[in-house]
Design a protein around this ligand. Structure first.
Ligand SMILES: Nc1nc2c(ncn2[C@@H]2O[C@H](COP(=O)(O)OP(=O)(O)O)[C@@H](O)[C@H]2O)c(=O)[nH]1
Ligand SMILES: [Mg+2]
Length: 362
Protein backbone atom coordinates (compact mmCIF):
# COMPACT_ATOMS: atom_id res chain seq x y z
CA UNK A 1 0.00 0.00 0.00
CA UNK A 2 1.29 3.45 -0.76
CA UNK A 3 0.32 6.58 1.04
CA UNK A 4 -1.01 9.85 -0.32
CA UNK A 5 1.63 12.19 -1.68
CA UNK A 6 3.76 9.29 -2.88
CA UNK A 7 5.30 10.64 -6.04
CA UNK A 8 5.68 7.36 -7.85
CA UNK A 9 3.87 4.49 -6.23
CA UNK A 10 5.58 1.20 -6.72
CA UNK A 11 5.06 -2.11 -5.00
CA UNK A 12 7.64 -3.18 -2.44
CA UNK A 13 10.40 -5.30 -3.87
CA UNK A 14 9.95 -8.76 -2.51
CA UNK A 15 13.60 -9.27 -1.84
CA UNK A 16 13.85 -12.10 0.65
CA UNK A 17 16.78 -12.23 2.97
CA UNK A 18 17.46 -15.10 5.35
CA UNK A 19 19.49 -15.03 8.55
CA UNK A 20 21.74 -17.97 9.28
CA UNK A 21 24.60 -18.80 11.60
CA UNK A 22 25.81 -21.30 14.16
CA UNK A 23 24.19 -21.37 17.59
CA UNK A 24 25.24 -18.54 19.81
CA UNK A 25 26.57 -16.51 16.89
CA UNK A 26 24.19 -13.70 17.81
CA UNK A 27 21.20 -14.09 15.48
CA UNK A 28 18.51 -13.31 18.04
CA UNK A 29 20.39 -10.32 19.38
CA UNK A 30 21.06 -9.08 15.85
CA UNK A 31 17.33 -9.15 15.14
CA UNK A 32 16.55 -7.50 18.43
CA UNK A 33 18.99 -4.68 17.62
CA UNK A 34 17.76 -4.08 14.09
CA UNK A 35 14.99 -1.70 14.99
CA UNK A 36 17.40 0.42 17.02
CA UNK A 37 19.91 0.23 14.20
CA UNK A 38 17.31 1.53 11.75
CA UNK A 39 16.50 4.41 14.11
CA UNK A 40 20.12 5.36 14.78
CA UNK A 41 21.88 4.75 11.48
CA UNK A 42 23.39 7.45 9.30
CA UNK A 43 22.64 5.39 6.22
CA UNK A 44 20.64 7.12 3.56
CA UNK A 45 17.19 5.74 2.90
CA UNK A 46 15.17 6.55 6.01
CA UNK A 47 14.64 2.85 6.65
CA UNK A 48 11.81 1.81 8.92
CA UNK A 49 11.41 -1.69 10.23
CA UNK A 50 8.17 -3.38 11.18
CA UNK A 51 6.84 -6.86 11.79
CA UNK A 52 4.48 -8.14 9.14
CA UNK A 53 2.36 -10.11 11.60
CA UNK A 54 1.51 -9.99 15.28
CA UNK A 55 4.23 -12.38 16.41
CA UNK A 56 6.95 -10.48 14.56
CA UNK A 57 5.70 -7.10 15.82
CA UNK A 58 5.54 -8.42 19.38
CA UNK A 59 9.06 -9.76 19.11
CA UNK A 60 10.31 -6.38 17.92
CA UNK A 61 8.58 -4.47 20.68
CA UNK A 62 9.60 -6.85 23.47
CA UNK A 63 13.18 -7.38 22.41
CA UNK A 64 13.83 -3.70 21.82
CA UNK A 65 12.51 -3.02 25.31
CA UNK A 66 14.68 -5.74 26.76
CA UNK A 67 17.81 -4.26 25.24
CA UNK A 68 17.08 -0.64 26.00
CA UNK A 69 15.22 -0.69 29.31
CA UNK A 70 16.43 -3.83 31.02
CA UNK A 71 19.95 -4.18 29.66
CA UNK A 72 19.33 -7.82 28.90
CA UNK A 73 20.11 -9.94 25.90
CA UNK A 74 17.01 -11.57 24.48
CA UNK A 75 16.50 -15.02 25.94
CA UNK A 76 17.38 -17.59 23.36
CA UNK A 77 13.94 -19.16 23.60
CA UNK A 78 12.27 -16.04 22.34
CA UNK A 79 12.77 -16.94 18.72
CA UNK A 80 10.99 -20.22 18.45
CA UNK A 81 9.34 -19.46 15.17
CA UNK A 82 9.39 -17.95 11.76
CA UNK A 83 9.36 -14.15 11.72
CA UNK A 84 8.93 -11.84 8.80
CA UNK A 85 9.99 -8.22 8.98
CA UNK A 86 9.51 -5.57 6.40
CA UNK A 87 11.84 -2.67 5.76
CA UNK A 88 10.39 0.36 4.07
CA UNK A 89 12.73 3.06 2.91
CA UNK A 90 12.98 5.66 0.24
CA UNK A 91 15.36 6.70 -2.44
CA UNK A 92 15.66 9.90 -4.35
CA UNK A 93 15.60 9.68 -8.10
CA UNK A 94 16.63 12.59 -10.27
CA UNK A 95 14.59 12.43 -13.47
CA UNK A 96 16.59 12.32 -16.67
CA UNK A 97 17.23 15.68 -18.28
CA UNK A 98 14.94 16.38 -21.18
CA UNK A 99 15.27 18.89 -23.98
CA UNK A 100 11.79 20.10 -23.30
CA UNK A 101 11.30 23.81 -23.82
CA UNK A 102 8.94 25.93 -21.80
CA UNK A 103 7.77 29.32 -23.13
CA UNK A 104 10.69 29.31 -25.52
CA UNK A 105 13.25 28.59 -22.80
CA UNK A 106 14.89 25.48 -21.46
CA UNK A 107 12.35 23.84 -19.17
CA UNK A 108 13.21 24.08 -15.45
CA UNK A 109 14.93 20.99 -14.05
CA UNK A 110 12.60 18.26 -12.93
CA UNK A 111 12.03 17.95 -9.19
CA UNK A 112 13.72 14.94 -7.59
CA UNK A 113 11.23 12.16 -7.00
CA UNK A 114 11.15 10.23 -3.77
CA UNK A 115 10.45 6.59 -4.46
CA UNK A 116 9.46 3.94 -2.02
CA UNK A 117 11.95 1.16 -1.50
CA UNK A 118 11.37 -2.06 0.44
CA UNK A 119 12.61 -5.51 1.29
CA UNK A 120 11.70 -8.37 3.61
CA UNK A 121 13.79 -10.16 6.19
CA UNK A 122 12.65 -13.71 6.73
CA UNK A 123 13.94 -15.46 9.83
CA UNK A 124 13.94 -19.05 10.87
CA UNK A 125 15.42 -19.66 14.27
CA UNK A 126 15.25 -22.04 17.19
CA UNK A 127 15.20 -21.61 20.93
CA UNK A 128 18.75 -21.19 22.08
CA UNK A 129 18.45 -23.73 24.87
CA UNK A 130 18.40 -26.37 22.22
CA UNK A 131 21.77 -25.20 20.94
CA UNK A 132 23.58 -26.36 24.01
CA UNK A 133 22.12 -29.79 23.66
CA UNK A 134 23.04 -29.94 20.04
CA UNK A 135 26.58 -28.70 20.43
CA UNK A 136 27.61 -30.66 23.44
CA UNK A 137 25.59 -33.75 22.72
CA UNK A 138 26.13 -34.11 19.02
CA UNK A 139 27.10 -37.55 17.87
CA UNK A 140 27.77 -39.16 14.54
CA UNK A 141 24.33 -40.65 14.39
CA UNK A 142 22.94 -37.19 14.81
CA UNK A 143 22.82 -35.97 11.26
CA UNK A 144 20.66 -32.92 11.93
CA UNK A 145 22.93 -30.30 13.47
CA UNK A 146 22.05 -27.43 11.21
CA UNK A 147 18.38 -28.10 11.06
CA UNK A 148 18.37 -28.41 14.81
CA UNK A 149 19.95 -25.02 15.22
CA UNK A 150 18.05 -23.09 12.72
CA UNK A 151 14.65 -24.41 12.09
CA UNK A 152 11.64 -23.73 14.16
CA UNK A 153 10.60 -25.09 17.51
CA UNK A 154 11.19 -28.68 16.61
CA UNK A 155 14.54 -29.43 18.05
CA UNK A 156 13.68 -32.52 20.03
CA UNK A 157 12.84 -35.22 17.55
CA UNK A 158 13.50 -37.97 20.08
CA UNK A 159 10.39 -38.87 22.04
CA UNK A 160 12.34 -38.71 25.26
CA UNK A 161 13.09 -35.02 24.60
CA UNK A 162 10.04 -34.01 26.62
CA UNK A 163 10.78 -30.29 27.04
CA UNK A 164 7.67 -28.14 27.09
CA UNK A 165 9.42 -25.54 25.03
CA UNK A 166 9.50 -27.97 22.14
CA UNK A 167 5.87 -28.94 22.02
CA UNK A 168 4.80 -29.61 18.50
CA UNK A 169 8.13 -31.15 17.67
CA UNK A 170 8.52 -32.38 14.16
CA UNK A 171 10.88 -34.91 12.71
CA UNK A 172 14.48 -33.95 12.07
CA UNK A 173 14.00 -34.54 8.38
CA UNK A 174 11.06 -32.14 8.29
CA UNK A 175 12.93 -29.45 10.13
CA UNK A 176 15.94 -29.74 7.87
CA UNK A 177 13.65 -29.56 4.88
CA UNK A 178 12.17 -26.40 6.31
CA UNK A 179 15.55 -24.83 6.61
CA UNK A 180 16.48 -25.85 3.08
CA UNK A 181 13.16 -24.58 1.72
CA UNK A 182 13.81 -21.36 3.54
CA UNK A 183 17.31 -20.82 2.20
CA UNK A 184 16.22 -21.85 -1.26
CA UNK A 185 13.52 -19.18 -1.24
CA UNK A 186 15.85 -16.39 -0.14
CA UNK A 187 17.85 -14.38 -2.62
CA UNK A 188 20.26 -13.31 0.06
CA UNK A 189 21.70 -14.85 3.21
CA UNK A 190 23.12 -12.97 6.17
CA UNK A 191 25.64 -15.38 7.67
CA UNK A 192 26.67 -14.60 11.24
CA UNK A 193 30.03 -15.75 12.56
CA UNK A 194 31.17 -15.25 16.15
CA UNK A 195 34.93 -15.68 16.33
CA UNK A 196 35.09 -15.95 20.13
CA UNK A 197 32.63 -18.75 20.32
CA UNK A 198 34.23 -20.38 17.35
CA UNK A 199 37.62 -20.28 18.99
CA UNK A 200 36.29 -22.37 21.87
CA UNK A 201 33.65 -24.52 20.21
CA UNK A 202 34.96 -24.53 16.66
CA UNK A 203 31.63 -25.47 15.22
CA UNK A 204 31.04 -22.93 12.45
CA UNK A 205 32.39 -25.44 9.96
CA UNK A 206 30.14 -28.23 11.26
CA UNK A 207 27.07 -26.08 10.88
CA UNK A 208 27.97 -24.61 7.56
CA UNK A 209 29.01 -27.47 5.31
CA UNK A 210 26.25 -30.07 5.60
CA UNK A 211 23.54 -27.56 4.85
CA UNK A 212 25.51 -26.02 2.00
CA UNK A 213 25.95 -29.43 0.44
CA UNK A 214 22.26 -30.19 0.63
CA UNK A 215 21.22 -26.78 -0.60
CA UNK A 216 23.57 -27.13 -3.54
CA UNK A 217 22.27 -30.60 -4.36
CA UNK A 218 18.71 -29.28 -4.30
CA UNK A 219 19.28 -26.19 -6.38
CA UNK A 220 21.62 -27.79 -8.89
CA UNK A 221 19.11 -30.36 -10.00
CA UNK A 222 17.47 -27.81 -12.28
CA UNK A 223 18.73 -27.55 -15.83
CA UNK A 224 18.98 -23.79 -15.68
CA UNK A 225 21.07 -23.81 -12.49
CA UNK A 226 24.45 -22.13 -12.66
CA UNK A 227 27.65 -23.68 -11.36
CA UNK A 228 27.24 -22.03 -7.95
CA UNK A 229 24.43 -20.98 -5.64
CA UNK A 230 22.85 -17.72 -6.79
CA UNK A 231 22.49 -16.04 -3.36
CA UNK A 232 24.12 -12.84 -2.24
CA UNK A 233 25.86 -13.47 1.06
CA UNK A 234 26.64 -10.93 3.76
CA UNK A 235 29.18 -12.52 6.09
CA UNK A 236 28.99 -10.73 9.43
CA UNK A 237 31.64 -11.09 12.09
CA UNK A 238 29.56 -10.48 15.22
CA UNK A 239 30.37 -9.07 18.71
CA UNK A 240 32.99 -6.57 17.55
CA UNK A 241 32.42 -4.81 20.91
CA UNK A 242 33.78 -7.87 22.72
CA UNK A 243 37.10 -7.00 24.35
CA UNK A 244 38.89 -9.91 22.78
CA UNK A 245 37.67 -9.31 19.25
CA UNK A 246 38.16 -5.58 19.45
CA UNK A 247 41.72 -5.96 20.73
CA UNK A 248 42.62 -8.36 17.93
CA UNK A 249 41.18 -5.93 15.40
CA UNK A 250 42.95 -2.97 16.91
CA UNK A 251 46.31 -4.59 17.56
CA UNK A 252 46.46 -5.79 13.99
CA UNK A 253 45.61 -2.42 12.57
CA UNK A 254 42.16 -3.18 11.22
CA UNK A 255 40.27 -0.46 13.07
CA UNK A 256 39.67 3.12 12.07
CA UNK A 257 38.39 5.79 14.45
CA UNK A 258 34.90 7.15 14.07
CA UNK A 259 34.64 10.74 12.93
CA UNK A 260 31.34 11.57 14.58
CA UNK A 261 29.97 11.06 18.05
CA UNK A 262 30.17 8.55 19.68
CA UNK A 263 33.45 8.08 17.75
CA UNK A 264 33.10 4.31 17.67
CA UNK A 265 36.00 2.60 15.94
CA UNK A 266 35.06 0.30 13.09
CA UNK A 267 36.56 -2.01 10.50
CA UNK A 268 36.03 -0.79 6.94
CA UNK A 269 34.10 -3.19 4.78
CA UNK A 270 37.06 -3.27 2.43
CA UNK A 271 39.18 -4.84 5.18
CA UNK A 272 36.49 -6.93 6.83
CA UNK A 273 37.17 -9.94 4.63
CA UNK A 274 40.82 -9.89 5.54
CA UNK A 275 39.92 -9.62 9.21
CA UNK A 276 37.47 -12.50 8.94
CA UNK A 277 40.10 -14.69 7.30
CA UNK A 278 42.62 -13.73 9.94
CA UNK A 279 40.22 -14.68 12.72
CA UNK A 280 39.46 -17.98 11.04
CA UNK A 281 43.10 -18.88 10.79
CA UNK A 282 43.99 -17.94 14.32
CA UNK A 283 42.37 -20.80 16.14
CA UNK A 284 42.63 -24.53 15.99
CA UNK A 285 39.36 -25.14 14.25
CA UNK A 286 38.27 -25.78 10.70
CA UNK A 287 36.83 -22.29 10.35
CA UNK A 288 39.22 -21.47 7.55
CA UNK A 289 37.19 -23.97 5.59
CA UNK A 290 34.10 -21.86 6.14
CA UNK A 291 35.75 -19.21 4.01
CA UNK A 292 36.81 -21.80 1.45
CA UNK A 293 33.27 -23.14 1.46
CA UNK A 294 31.73 -19.73 0.98
CA UNK A 295 33.83 -19.11 -2.09
CA UNK A 296 33.20 -22.62 -3.40
CA UNK A 297 29.45 -22.54 -3.08
CA UNK A 298 28.77 -18.89 -3.90
CA UNK A 299 30.10 -16.43 -6.46
CA UNK A 300 32.86 -14.44 -4.84
CA UNK A 301 31.57 -11.22 -6.36
CA UNK A 302 28.29 -11.75 -4.48
CA UNK A 303 29.87 -12.06 -1.04
CA UNK A 304 30.50 -9.05 1.15
CA UNK A 305 32.00 -8.95 4.65
CA UNK A 306 30.97 -6.81 7.62
CA UNK A 307 32.32 -6.46 11.13
CA UNK A 308 29.31 -5.88 13.38
CA UNK A 309 28.17 -5.46 16.93
CA UNK A 310 24.52 -5.61 17.90
CA UNK A 311 25.05 -3.69 21.13
CA UNK A 312 27.98 -1.39 20.28
CA UNK A 313 30.57 -0.07 22.73
CA UNK A 314 30.05 1.34 26.19
CA UNK A 315 30.17 5.11 25.95
CA UNK A 316 28.37 6.78 28.87
CA UNK A 317 29.91 10.16 28.09
CA UNK A 318 28.84 9.96 24.49
CA UNK A 319 32.29 9.09 23.21
CA UNK A 320 34.34 5.94 22.89
CA UNK A 321 37.11 5.57 25.48
CA UNK A 322 39.83 3.03 24.86
CA UNK A 323 40.25 2.16 28.52
CA UNK A 324 36.59 1.38 29.17
CA UNK A 325 34.63 0.28 26.16
CA UNK A 326 33.23 -3.16 27.06
CA UNK A 327 29.45 -2.94 26.93
CA UNK A 328 28.80 -6.19 28.76
CA UNK A 329 29.14 -7.11 32.38
CA UNK A 330 28.82 -10.47 34.10
CA UNK A 331 26.05 -10.37 36.73
CA UNK A 332 26.35 -12.33 39.99
CA UNK A 333 24.00 -14.89 38.52
CA UNK A 334 26.63 -15.48 35.84
CA UNK A 335 24.42 -13.99 33.18
CA UNK A 336 25.96 -11.56 30.69
CA UNK A 337 24.19 -8.20 30.82
CA UNK A 338 24.40 -5.03 28.79
CA UNK A 339 26.10 -2.19 30.61
CA UNK A 340 25.10 0.94 28.76
CA UNK A 341 23.19 2.22 25.79
CA UNK A 342 22.74 -0.09 22.84
CA UNK A 343 24.21 1.51 19.73
CA UNK A 344 24.46 -1.13 17.02
CA UNK A 345 27.41 -1.10 14.63
CA UNK A 346 26.98 -2.27 11.03
CA UNK A 347 23.72 -4.04 11.76
CA UNK A 348 21.36 -2.53 9.19
CA UNK A 349 24.16 -2.06 6.67
CA UNK A 350 24.47 -5.71 5.54
CA UNK A 351 20.75 -5.85 4.78
CA UNK A 352 20.74 -2.61 2.84
CA UNK A 353 23.87 -3.66 0.93
CA UNK A 354 22.18 -6.90 -0.01
CA UNK A 355 18.97 -5.26 -1.05
CA UNK A 356 20.79 -2.75 -3.22
CA UNK A 357 23.05 -5.38 -4.69
CA UNK A 358 20.06 -7.55 -5.58
CA UNK A 359 18.32 -4.65 -7.23
CA UNK A 360 21.44 -3.67 -9.12
CA UNK A 361 21.58 -0.32 -7.39
CA UNK A 362 24.84 1.48 -6.60
N1 LIG B 1 29.50 -8.74 23.40
C1 LIG B 1 28.45 -9.11 22.67
N2 LIG B 1 27.81 -10.25 22.96
C2 LIG B 1 26.75 -10.61 22.19
C3 LIG B 1 26.29 -9.81 21.10
N3 LIG B 1 25.25 -10.45 20.53
C4 LIG B 1 25.06 -11.58 21.24
N4 LIG B 1 25.94 -11.68 22.26
C5 LIG B 1 26.10 -12.77 23.25
O1 LIG B 1 25.91 -14.00 22.59
C6 LIG B 1 24.84 -14.71 23.19
C7 LIG B 1 24.11 -15.50 22.14
O2 LIG B 1 23.46 -14.61 21.30
P1 LIG B 1 22.09 -15.01 20.56
O3 LIG B 1 21.64 -13.79 19.87
O4 LIG B 1 21.16 -15.67 21.49
O5 LIG B 1 22.67 -16.09 19.50
P2 LIG B 1 21.86 -17.08 18.55
O6 LIG B 1 21.93 -18.40 19.20
O7 LIG B 1 22.61 -17.09 17.24
O8 LIG B 1 20.48 -16.56 18.40
C8 LIG B 1 24.00 -13.65 23.88
O9 LIG B 1 23.26 -14.17 24.94
C9 LIG B 1 25.05 -12.70 24.36
O10 LIG B 1 25.64 -13.18 25.54
C10 LIG B 1 27.00 -8.58 20.82
O11 LIG B 1 26.70 -7.82 19.89
N5 LIG B 1 28.07 -8.30 21.64
MG1 LIG C 1 18.61 -17.45 18.69
Amino acid sequence: MTGPGQATPRPPAQVRIGLWGPPGSGKTTYLAALKLAALQTDLAGNWKMSGTDEASSDFLRDSTELLTKKGEFPPSTILGQNFLFQFIGERTVIPEKTNRRFLGRQAPPEEPIIERDAFDLDVLDVPGSSYGTATTGRTNEDSRPIAAELSMDDDEPRPSGGDDAFRGAQSAATSEDQLLDHLQDCQGIVFLFDPVRDATDGDAFDYFHPIMEKLTARMMQYDNAGPRLPHRVAVCVTKFDDEEIFRVARNRGYTVSGVERPYFPSVDNGRAKDFFMRLCQDNFTYSDLVYRGLTQYFYESRIEFFVTSSIGFYAPTGRFVLGDFANTVRAESGELRIRGRVQPINVLEPLVWMHQNLRGMP
